[in-house]
Design a protein around this ligand. Structure first.
Ligand SMILES: [Zn+2]
Length: 216
């Protein structure tokens, strides 16, 4: 898939001691699950729940979105890297949804951001509608979670448009990817924005529960 991007990320990380970078979990079974994807699904599939899995296996209870990582502080900086006012507003809405949880506070970065939010066209052949790449420190943990060093989330606009995602549905995908950027993994239940093939669902109680457990 996006080998050039992965290569450049690896190069950047290689000079920073103590950092681990891993490829998306579906790319190579040997690497640590460290980036994840949302697959695009049609409305009919969303209702029937027949979309194919594309991402890490969901674990645990539907009432508690699981996590493997977190940021050190509950105040986390972000920047929106997009030339599109449409996608800027999609990401702003996603940021607002997670801030409403009251657990973390995403604030605009004045300099280097913890989390970068962007849109681009996918070059993948599958129907992945969003993806998040992240890195974490291999010598730090909090609440048994890895401590994140940086994250970058994308919504793939060509895939979202191909499957006729509305702006609200694109915002749900943005919330899902931002959830990964906050350290959350997939939830088994469709009532979570972290369901692997979310389309209709926004941030909900299981997601806030998961965030509270991570950042307690
Ligand atoms: Zn995902």
């Amino acid at each position: 898939m996006n080998n050039r991007f992965m290569g450049s990320m690896l190069a950047v990380v290689a000079v920073a001691a103590g950092l681990i970078f891993a490829a998306p979990s579906h790319a190579d079974a040997k690497v640590v699950t460290d980036a994840d994807a949302t697959s695009a699904i049609t409305k009919t599939q969303a209702l029937r729940g027949t979309a194919e899995a594309d991402g890490g296996a969901a674990t645990g209870s539907a009432n508690l979105t699981p996590a493997t990582k977190r940021w050190q502080s509950t105040t986390i900086t972000y920047k929106i890297d997009s030339g599109s006012s449409y996608y800027k507003s999609v990401w702003q809405s996603a940021v607002k949804s997670w801030n409403k949880s009251g657990v973390v506070q995403l604030v605009p970065a004045s300099g280097k951001a913890d989390i970068t939010l962007a849109d681009k066209n996918s070059t993948m052949k599958n129907a992945t509608v969003g993806i998040t790449y992240s890195s974490y420190y291999n010598d730090k943990s909090m609440n048994n979670l890895k401590v994140m060093a940086n994250a970058k989330s994308y919504v793939f606009k060509n895939v979202a448009n191909r499957y006729h995602y509305s702006k609200t549905e694109k915002t749900n995908v943005a919330e899902h990817e931002l959830g990964h950027a906050l350290g959350l993994e997939h939830n088994v239940g469709k009532g979570s924005v972290m369901y692997y093939a979310t389309r209709d669902q926004s941030v909900s109680k299981p997601d806030v529960n998961g965030l509270e457990a991570s950042y307690r």
